[in-house]
Design a protein around this ligand. Structure first.
Ligand SMILES: [Zn+2]
Length: 362
């Protein structure tokens, strides 16, 4: 059996010395970033030696913006089929899988849901997956993770990173600003998750300096580019998409969401369970204000950066009550078995309320 025939998560094991042995890393093969690069889709498929039928997945809105055009381009060279993704759920994955047989590659053109569903089906079928994000709303654009919902429960699982990412700046720059701001907040949250990872390292958990630095670098770049992003300057959006991709790669390097998901993500997951309808990145951004305060990091810088970008910094902007924010903070450490600042400093209702007030979240 060849190495590539084995599911990566089955072959890498943490050694007693704290490194993975063997260390298996799967990364995207092509990353294309630039203005109007989506029109190079046929060339990218040819470079990947794709033959046979290509399934294009897109969303109801993104179909009109880009999905239809990309399918038309593909049709000039490949047999294609198209489907509209409405939800990132297991049921939707199964529906689309049943409807489209004999496909040899999947191209997702859209936001997080479209990318997650495409990534999941491609992983199950072991076929190439190409990600064409229309918005940088979170770091799933390039990561090996998929996030699916079943009823009220959301869960994240491992798949495989896209074989190619085509980040068309023309498309992404025109995305609704709320999605851009949410993507920034998701990357800024690496500031808190890397700190948590270091705490876990002290307790013997596997830690990769390379992945941690890459994840932190992504956050730093977004923080420094806040002004340019707010003005939708090309340089700012380019820095953001580079950061979103780097953040995804840092997770693929260690086959875990660890580099980009710590206590602030636990807070966001706890909010999901409580029925919050805010965007993932928005919730993580608010979580980062709280957790960087608990970590003794520069939470004021985090809050000011989020403010300058135009991302939420408090419960009311997330559309949740003060009680929900406090409850999520109390519940966060129970959401997942992951060592973070919240394991080190467990908060009861009174302490959580106090922290939320101190950092201006409630
Ligand atoms: Zn995230």
């Amino acid at each position: 059996m060849k190495l590539q025939d084995i599911a990566p998560h089955r072959i890498s094991r943490m050694s007693e010395k704290g490194y993975m042995d063997p260390h298996y890393i799967e990364l995207p093969r092509i990353i294309l970033v630039g203005n109007r690069v989506a029109k190079r889709i046929v060339k990218v498929c040819e470079d990947l030696n794709i033959q046979g039928k290509v399934l294009v997945l897109t969303g109801p809105t993104t179909h009109k913006i880009a999905g239809r055009r990309i399918r038309e381009r593909l049709e000039s060279r490949f047999e294609t089929s198209l489907d509209i993704v409405n939800l990132a759920s297991r049921a939707e994955v199964e529906r689309i899988s049943r409807a489209h047989g004999g496909i040899s590659a999947i191209v997702s053109v859209g936001g997080g849901k479209v990318i997650d569903v495409g990534k999941c089906i491609a992983f199950t079928r072991n076929i190439p997956f190409i990600s064409i994000p229309t918005a940088p709303s979170h770091d799933g654009v390039a990561s090996e993770r998929v996030s699916l919902t079943d009823g009220s429960a959301k869960y994240s699982e491992r798949a495989r990173p896209p074989m190619a990412i085509i980040a068309d700046l023309k498309l992404i720059r025109n995305a609704p600003y709320r999605l851009i701001a949410s993507g920034c907040a998701d990357v800024i949250s690496n500031y808190s998750s890397v700190y948590d990872w270091k705490l876990a390292r002290e307790r013997g958990e596997y830690y990769s300096k390379y992945a941690a630095h890459l994840s932190k670098l992504a956050a730093d770049i977004v923080i420094k580019s806040a002004e340019l992003i707010r003005k939708r300057k090309e340089r700012g959006i380019r820095n953001l998409i580079d950061a979103v991709i780097s953040s995804g790669i840092s997770m693929s390097m260690v086959q875990s969401s660890r580099p980009a998901s710590g206590s602030e993500h636990l807070f966001s997951h706890a909010l999901d369970v409580l029925g919050s309808r805010a965007l993932h990145g928005e919730q993580c951004g608010v979580g980062t204000i709280i957790t960087s305060y608990l970590q003794g990091q520069d939470w004021i810088m985090v809050r000011n950066t989020l403010k300058s970008i135009g991302a939420p910094t408090g419960a009311s902007e997330l559309g949740i009550s003060k009680e929900t924010a406090v409850k999520a903070l109390v519940n966060a450490r129970k959401v997942k078995d992951r060592y973070t600042i919240l394991s080190e400093k467990p908060l009861d209702w009174k302490a959580a309320q106090d922290v939320c007030r101190r950092v201006g979240v409630v």
